[in-house]
Design a protein around this ligand. Structure first.
Ligand SMILES: Nc1ncnc2c1ncn2[C@@H]1O[C@H](COP(=O)(O)OP(=O)(O)O)[C@@H](O)[C@H]1O
Ligand SMILES: [Mg+2]
Length: 330
């Protein structure tokens, strides 16, 4: 299992700063919240600022009622380019910073999430299609560390074999769930799954395992159609397998208030999918392509950005963090 965060070096890309934390807790100044911690539980960052390691955040949040019980979140839309991978990698990093021991399952044979973290599997490295039949034995040796508390089961083209391997519906029901159950046993709090743009067997199996399905969509007509089909597929799969349907959310991505079609689409989605829509759209930002170029996530880039702000709000919504902090609470 991931080791103690105090062993982290300060070149870790993803240490939360006190300033980032106070936007959630309602403290007025970074100095105020730093007083809540023992110095030995903090990290001195380059430039002299204090960083707050994930384990320290977890201890602090746990005392304030944040729920770290195990969850599986999947990003699904049968249309490509809607922000599934971006949402997976950004949410995973932020959740880890907030103390969730997080594992990304890359289920897309294109392996974009693996690529984003520079964790492309070598030819002999086990990936999901090798692991699901014996997760208890295989899973820990197959994960790649990104940070102490952030791991990924990377993906490559061989995962296309899943369409053949999981032809039997009974296997579809158990494959992803079996892997997630094992990750829970190994001490992870959160699994975030990045799905391919299809409704193939890997996605069906993911739907059977997910507590929450988030459907990212943007303003183009195809991604909205994809969302509609994904929603109806979720209910038919759960009916067929006699499963409680997952919580389903819609995340509007690539929102640009200067573009009329983007604003109109948001209005349309708000009225059509009112009960599903996450009340925070993700704005269009050049930070995402900048991050990909550097093989980083937006949270590893310097300075404030709408990209960080929006995915921070998304994670707070997803993990219900805000309800534990009233503004001004110490
Ligand atoms: N909010 C955003 N603003 C700008 N570009 C974005 C945003 N979200 C995603 N992108 C870009 O759009 C492209 C597709 O996003 P991606 O997350 O890979 O979609 P999917 O996984 O659904 O195919 C990527 O190049 C990504 O960097
Ligand atoms: Mg993708």
């Amino acid at each position: 299992m991931p080791t103690d965060n105090r062993q982290l070096t300060t070149d870790s890309q993803h240490i939360l700063t006190a300033n980032e934390l106070i936007s959630l807790t309602g403290h007025q100044k970074a100095g105020d919240i730093l007083k809540s911690f023992d110095k030995k539980d903090l990290l001195k960052m380059p430039g002299g600022k204090w960083g707050i390691p994930a384990q320290t955040v977890k201890a602090y949040f746990s005392e304030r009622g944040v729920d770290y019980s195990f969850k599986v979140v999947a990003h699904i839309n049968l249309k490509g380019g809607t922000g599934k991978t971006t949402s997976t990698i950004s949410a995973a990093v932020r959740a880890m910073q907030y103390g969730f021991r997080t594992c990304i399952l890359d289920m897309d044979p294109q392996g974009n999430a693996s690529l984003a973290f520079d964790r492309i599997p070598e030819e002999d490295d086990p990936i999901f299609c090798d692991v699901w039949q014996n997760p208890a034995e295989m899973i820990m040796g197959s994960l790649r560390a990104i940070e102490e508390n952030l791991h990924i089961l990377p993906s490559s083209l061989e995962n296309s074999l899943l369409d053949v391997q999981l032809m039997n519906p009974a296997l579809q029901k158990h494959a992803v769930r079996g892997v997630c159950d094992e990750l829970k046993k190994k001490g992870f709090d959160l699994v975030i799954i990045d799905c391919p743009p299809s409704l193939g067997t890997a996605v069906i199996s993911t739907i059977c395992a997910a507590d929450v399905v988030v459907i990212p969509l943007c303003s183009d007509i195809f991604s909205m159609k994809g969302a509609k089909l994904t929603l109806s597929e979720i209910s038919s799969i759960c009916e067929a397998f006699h499963l409680e349907p997952p919580v389903t959310d819609i995340l509007y991505t690539k929102f640009d208030k200067r573009v009329k079609t983007s604003v109109n689409a948001l209005h349309q989605i708000s009225s059509e999918y009112q009960e599903f829509l996450i009340p925070v759209p993700i704005r269009t930002s050049a930070e995402f392509s900048k991050a990909i170029e550097k093989k980083k996530t937006v949270f590893a880039l310097k300075g404030k950005s709408s990209a960080k702000e929006d995915y921070d709000k998304y994670v707070r919504y997803l993990l219900k963090l805000d309800s534990n902090f009233k503004r001004g609470e110490k």
